[in-house]
Design a protein around this ligand. Structure first.
Ligand SMILES: Cc1cc2nc3c(=O)[nH]c(=O)nc-3n(C[C@H](O)[C@H](O)[C@H](O)COP(=O)(O)O)c2cc1C
Length: 213
């Protein structure tokens, strides 16, 4: 089933956790009929810092063929999923740097009236996921986007995934010892990718209708 949804999944991941969530969003959106672009944002850390952590270097090299996000991806898409690891309770600087280049499409109102959701990962259970997502969503407010939180839809899976109503989120320390939990979070990412697709298609249909748009 093909829809009019064009979903951009834009993320940063140093060691692969957020990348796995991004891929699940892509799968959920594509299965629901969206055309999907998976885009990473540029690494900003100095080479010697990346090299000091083998897992970081390995992930950066392994994902080098994923295109970097551009402003044209934002203009093209009619629905957004942005992913970031939590960094000291906040959005990582790499994703912030990309968001901070969006003045031109923001001023042209090219980011408005589009559903946007966020996803994150922390190491700790109380490591700041909600703070990170709310911080990310502040930018969506300024864009005039339509913020699409997870709420408690798909409740059994949402509960098994930690019950975060602000956005899909994964606690790395729990995922490593609890495969059922990790599976539920990935299922929620798929679910939210599909839901984002349905919302993007619905909003696009309204905007295409000259009587309503
Ligand atoms: C500089 C830095 C800051 C971090 N800050 C937090 C934090 O505030 N809370 C937390 O639980 N984990 C924190 N972490 C851990 C990461 O958020 C976590 O490992 C995440 O799953 C990494 O995702 P990635 O593999 O996609 O890079 C931090 C890691 C780094 C390197």
């Amino acid at each position: 089933m093909q829809t009019d949804a064009r979903i951009a999944v834009i993320y940063y991941s140093a060691t692969g956790t957020v990348h796995r969530l991004a891929q699940a969003f892509v799968d959920g959106a594509a299965d629901a009929g969206a055309e999907v672009r998976l885009r990473r944002v540029a690494e900003l850390a100095p080479e010697q810092v990346v090299d000091a952590k083998p897992q970081w270097r390995a992930h950066l090299d392994a994902t080098a063929d994923i295109p970097l996000a551009t402003l044209d991806d934002l203009r093209w898409a009619n629905g957004y999923a942005f992913g970031t690891p939590t960094r000291f309770g906040n959005v990582c600087s790499q994703l912030r740097q990309f968001l901070d280049t969006t003045t031109a499409p923001w001023q042209a109102e090219e980011l408005a009236d589009k559903p946007a959701t966020g996803f994150t990962a922390t190491y700790e259970e109380h490591g700041g996921q909600e703070a990170t997502l709310l911080s990310l969503y502040q930018t969506f407010h300024h864009w005039g986007a339509i913020i699409l939180p997870t709420g408690y839809l798909n409740y059994d899976t949402a509960h098994a995934a930690g019950g975060n109503p602000y956005g899909v989120s994964l606690v790395e320390s729990r995922a490593s010892r609890d495969p059922e939990y990790a599976k539920a979070v990935l299922e929620m990412a798929c679910f939210q990718g599909a839901r984002l697709t349905r919302m993007a298609a619905a909003v696009a249909a309204v905007r295409a209708d000259s009587r309503l748009g």
